[in-house]
Design a protein around this ligand. Structure first.
Ligand SMILES: Nc1ncnc2c1ncn2[C@@H]1O[C@H](COP(=O)(O)OP(=O)(O)OP(=O)(O)O)[C@@H](O)[C@H]1O
Length: 654
């Protein structure tokens, strides 16, 4: 059935045939829930959407959207245009049911899906955001395959799934770059336009009926922008309902729009068919579009307020107000007809409104898929791994040269302790900075995927931990293998292995702390500032600078939670037990055990210190889990307007 839809719709583009094709898809979807690719036709209608912003004391500040109404039918491409700050993204978010919740916002209005009131929990929409975020080391095909495995029904065989992915690659013109890695700032991957089309492709996997795209051409050159819009147009032709916000598109792009909404300062200036009808409407109001001028530029000119001088501002504002008023008048005369057609579509609709709620795949399957992705991401990230390897080797050589063959003189006791503290700090810092550098960006991708209910947080965090063990363990091992013999640490083979084991566990604890920092901090920059600051406190209470017995009572909890302290303590116990030092005076330290007594480590064991380190690791993991869970995005509720809202808005306009 899916195939029939595409064949029918790609060859014949007139509306009645699209209706026929989408109806066929709808029926197929109703009878066979495992089918992919079928698009249920969805008409959206919204009435009197008003979004107001108030200050902290609840006083009204401004309207982000002011009594906005409109509609879009299945198989049509609607463009929302308007100057910057006019409310395009806000309207798009409201229609997608994804306006971020805020106590300062109040959202009222009506939203209908195929004539039925919108219910957020049962509606599935695709939302292509402005920023394209992916796992950079996966290829285009791998990215899509994983999305398909996470989002599609279990009843599909591997071959069917691959066929489906190939089909989407083909439809979105991504075949030529299917096996190219997505790439990032460090490694060049696919182009900006290809990234945007990949974003659309990922959203298409679940065959959403409605596709929202927020400024899909921003940052693209003219050719790429044209291709992206062509893709959206084709999707509309395939039966999807497509709504995008866009800034001043060029003429050839404007020609692709079926419907148009013009917004200015949150108010409607026009809503209706694009093309000649829109131009005729403005001509009738005394604003003809000059010949050979791009209509999109013409609209931008007449609905923008010019702030270059008070005179210009007054003039352009008066023009804008008259346009808003004229459209309100037009709308109020048409409103009776709109209500009639809305009630007809409610009665006529026998199919379910939109995509039915999809069942998420099982925990272990999620874990396996995410483990594979995390593994590919960790092992393929050559530049990052190379930098980490170079850092581990060079810091080991530098510290090894400074603490070269320390020997067993009295002075070597201080040197050994200094080196062990430096090793603990270096290991923790390297693991922390790597995580806080990468995780905030990865979190954005994960947040988006989780908003689509692709997987749960548990399998994600667990798979990340497991996948990173071999890669993350290799750097402390490199560091230890070079440093240990250079510095002449305890020359027993077993002690060397324990040294490597301790710093590896510490690296994981620091990495888990990095996850928590990344979960709190809004940006990578904030995480990079916060992470090392917290670590500095742990360094101060790391056992070397302040003896735990001299720690003021109020701070005594800090050494207990300091991952540096437990790593340092374990390293000291591993190093000093059984060592003998040359001594001349009675007050000299003769044995390693005496040195440990001085540090107040005498009564503890490596096992106990390692257990504490593991507890800290677990604590940071659990905290990251809780914080990430709490950060699940919340969306603003759409309330019904008060009966006298329209009066209030009219009063405000006056
Ligand atoms: N949560 C919010 N709190 C306060 N102000 C907001 C919020 N969301 C949006 N705004 C304000 O509402 C106005 C409309 O914002 P919106 O992002 O919808 O505009 P836009 O037309 O998409 O702009 P652009 O084209 O520049 O992206 C702007 O003035 C913006 O600052």
């Amino acid at each position: 059935a899916a195939f029939a839809v595409r064949l029918l719709t790609s060859r014949r583009k007139n509306e009645s045939e699209i209706e026929e094709a989408t109806a066929l898809a709808g029926e197929a979807e109703d009878t066979s829930p495992g089918t992919t690719g079928a698009v249920k036709p969805v008409d959206l209608e919204w009435q009197n959407i008003t979004c107001s912003l108030s200050d902290k004391r609840g006083k009204h500040v401004k309207y982000l959207l002011n009594n906005v109404s409109g509609e879009v039918k299945a198989g049509r491409l609607l463009a929302i245009m308007g100057p910057s700050g006019s409310g395009k993204t806000t309207l798009l978010n409201v229609l997608a049911g994804q306006l971020s919740a805020s106590s300062r916002l109040k959202l009222t209005g009506h939203l209908y899906v195929n004539g039925k009131p919108f219910v957020s929990s049962t509606h599935k929409v695709a939302y292509v955001r402005q920023e394209d975020l992916f796992f950079s080391q996966l290829t285009v095909r791998e990215t899509l395959s994983l999305a398909s495995e996470l989002q599609l029904s279990n009843s599909l065989t591997h071959d069917e799934r691959m066929q489906y992915v190939d089909d989407i690659l083909y439809r979105l013109g991504l075949v030529s770059c299917a096996d190219t890695r997505v790439g990032d700032a460090k490694v060049r991957g696919i182009s900006g336009g290809e990234k945007k089309r990949l974003s659309i492709a990922c959203e298409l996997i679940a065959s959403p009926s409605v596709i929202f795209a927020d400024e899909p051409t921003t940052g693209l050159d003219a050719f790429q922008a044209e291709r992206v819009m062509e893709t959206l147009q084709n999707l509309a032709v395939d039966g999807h309902t497509v709504i995008c916000s866009i800034h001043q598109p060029r003429g050839s792009i404007y020609a692709k729009f079926d419907d148009l909404i013009l917004l200015a300062e949150g108010s409607l200036v026009y809503a209706g068919p694009a093309g000649d009808q829109a131009l005729t409407y403005f001509t009738e109001l005394g604003h003809p579009c000059p010949q050979h001028v791009n209509p999109a530029e013409f609209f931008a000119d007449i609905i923008s307020v010019d702030y270059s001088s008070p005179d210009n501002e007054a003039k352009t504002r008066a023009r804008l107000e008259s346009l808003v008023e004229a459209f309100n008048k037009k709308r109020s005369t048409e409103s009776d007809k709109v209500h009639e057609s809305a009630s007809k579509s409610t009665q006529g609709s026998t199919r379910k409104a939109v995509l039915a709620g999809r069942k998420r795949i099982g925990w272990w399957k999620q874990f396996r898929l995410l483990l594979r992705r995390a593994w590919l991401q960790a092992t393929r990230d050559g530049p990052t791994n190379k930098v980490r390897a170079n850092m581990s080797i060079s810091s080991a050589i530098i510290f090894g040269s400074i603490f070269w063959r320390m020997g067993f003189l009295q002075t070597a006791i201080q040197d050994r302790m200094g080196l062990l503290q430096v090793a603990a700090i270096n290991t923790a810092m390297a693991a922390l900075t790597k995580t806080v550098n990468i995780f905030p960006k990865e979190r954005q991708v994960v947040d988006r995927e989780r908003a689509k209910d692709s997987y749960a947080l548990g399998p994600y965090l667990f798979s990340k931990l497991i996948a990173e063990i071999p890669v993350s363990a290799s750097f402390p091992l490199m560091f230890g293998t070079i440093l240990y013999p250079m510095a002449g640490l305890n020359p027993v083979l077993n002690r060397f292995f324990q040294f490597c084991g301790i710093i590896t566990v510490e690296a994981f604890a620091a990495s888990a702390m990095g996850l928590t920092v990344g979960a709190i901090a809004p940006t990578t920059e904030a995480a990079m500032a916060l992470g090392p600051s917290i670590m500095t406190v742990f360094i101060v209470f790391g056992g070397y600078y302040v003896n735990s017995e001299n720690t003021p009572a109020v701070f005594q909890w800090i050494p207990r939670v300091s991952l540096i302290r437990w790593a340092f303590q374990a390293l000291c116990l591993n190093e000093f037990r059984g060592l003998k030092f040359e001594h001349q005076h009675t007050y000299d330290i003769e044995t390693g055990e005496q040195a440990l007594e001085r540090m107040s480590f005498g009564k503890s064991s490596i096992k106990e210190a390692l257990l504490e380190e593991c507890r800290i690791l677990l604590f940071w993991y659990c905290l990251s889990y809780t914080l990430l869970k709490r950060n699940t995005p919340r969306f603003q509720k759409l309330d019904a307007p008060c009966p006298n809202t329209s009066v209030k808005i009219e009063e405000m306009n006056e």
